[in-house]
Design a protein around this ligand. Structure first.
Ligand SMILES: [Zn+2]
Ligand SMILES: [Zn+2]
Length: 259
């Protein structure tokens, strides 16, 4: 995509921040995490949104200015901006508490300019208040990796033996929550990725192996964070009867056919 290139960063730096419109907040960005989806956007693996993009959707920032109608946040307050940046509020999904599935949804760092910038505009209805306990850098990954990871963990139900495929941002947060909940953790990393396996073991996994390997015992549930469709049949083989496989990636390569 075209957000890099000669002259472009200077042009962005010289632009003064826009004023927030109705319902919007203008933030001074303090930290912004890097998500796998940012890399999909940059690599052109998602449909071209029709305009240049400033990526970044794990934004922690302080409110500089609020637009008309914003009451939940004030100037100076630290808030977080996630991937889901806007929904229609009218479709069946929005009307049934599943606005993340809205057909007309718009996303931060894709439809809207994101957080790899000094300032960002966001719709205040999709921003989060942040607990003071976390530093800016600690809070940033929670806004996508943490959010998606926790949602996937809920979908894994009460699984005691939990497998995680792809040990990156979301997995390393979910692993800590799962261990805190007393679950047994099995980590699957890209074949040969010794560092990821070591990292998983350091976070309390009782086993760490290649994503092509079978775990030492059947799993009650597996969560796939790796954007690799071939892992779906692998995970289905690794779970016990009645087990659950949760596909948590926003983008995934094709799932091969399997019996
Ligand atoms: Zn993300
Ligand atoms: Zn909708």
């Amino acid at each position: 995509m075209q957000f890099t290139g000669p002259g472009r960063p200077l042009e962005l730096a010289a632009r003064s921040p826009a004023s927030p419109g109705p319902g919007q907040v203008l933030l001074r960005v303090a930290a912004c995490g890097v998500c796998r989806t940012d890399l999909h956007v940059v690599d052109g693996e998602l449909p071209w949104p029709g305009h240049p993009v400033v990526p970044g959707h794990e934004i922690v920032g302080r409110v500089v200015e609020t637009g008309p109608g914003v009451e939940q946040f004030r100037s100076g307050e630290r808030i977080g901006v996630p991937w889901l940046g806007w929904t229609c509020g009218r479709c069946d999904y929005c009307a049934t508490g599943r606005e993340n599935l809205c057909d007309h949804a718009k996303f931060t760092g894709y439809d809207f300019d994101g957080g790899y910038a000094d300032y960002a505009l966001a719709d205040s209805r999709y921003c989060f208040a942040l607990p003071v306990e976390y530093s800016d850098a600690e809070a940033a990954p929670l806004l996508c990796a943490g959010l998606i990871g926790y949602r996937a963990l809920i979908m894994a139900g009460e699984a005691r033996r939990l497998g995680i495929y792809g040990f990156g941002a979301a997995a390393h947060i979910v692993a800590q929550v799962a261990r805190f909940q007393g679950r047994q953790l099995f980590a699957f990393a890209r074949p040969g990725d010794i560092e990821a396996r070591k990292f998983a073991l350091a976070l309390g996994a009782s086993w760490a192996g290649d994503s092509t390997a079978m775990p030492p015992e059947p799993l009650d549930a597996a969560i796939l964070f790796a954007p690799v469709g071939a892992l779906v049949p692998a995970a289905l083989r690794a779970v016990a009867k009645g087990g659950t496989v949760v596909c948590a990636g926003i983008h995934m390569s094709d799932i091969p056919s399997f019996p």
